[in-house]
Design a protein around this ligand. Sequence first.
Ligand code: SF4
Length: 228
Amino acid sequence: MKLGKEILRRLQETLEFRENEFVSLVANKSGNPFEVLVATIISQNTNDRNTIKAMNRLKTLLGRVDPEKIEELPLKKLEEILKPAGLYRQKAKVIKEAASFLKEGKLNRILRIENLEEARKELMSLPGVGPKTADVVLSLTSSKPTIAVDRHIARISLRLGLVKNDNYNDIRNALISLFCSEDYLKAHLLLIKLGRTYCRPKNPKCDKCPLRDLCEYARKSGRAGKSK
Ligand code: SF4
């Protein structure tokens, strides 16, 4: 846990982020878990800017994004609205299916399940909902002690040497052990910001990274100077 606290301290000192950079935080402002789920599905394979654009189009049309309204919306119309986020046919189909499954408060009932793994399992039984989407929804809307792993977090975990492979559960477990449960959401957001700012897929900017003296990749590639 000590290392986790130190990592967070350095990231907090170095990185600045605004809530509106993260589609999950923007969607969560509505206080509507279904909106967080829809936003997370839309965000698959695209960036937050495109996702926010598609979400804004959906909200302008529907007002509140709830399963009943999505069910009434013709599939073609939903596809057209989701176009800015790419893969819009696939995403529209998945969102329609999720809406028909989650009508009449079913999502809130899942979020109230006390056991974290049971709640995850229920969410992951929905079409198009994998572990990342389930963890995003649970960590934001139910305060359950889980941490979602996106592509930035997976890359950073591998480079830091926290894990030896990019298996989702291995990374999630490593992060759950590294950080205190009250810090999971903060760690998730700060690691994404680190991935967007310094630890990019190509040519990571290790010379500017606050974690470089803790990083296996930087050490092996001779880029591990002293961090602050
Ligand atoms: S030191 Fe380089 S590789 Fe390691 S986490 Fe920082 S940017 Fe990524």
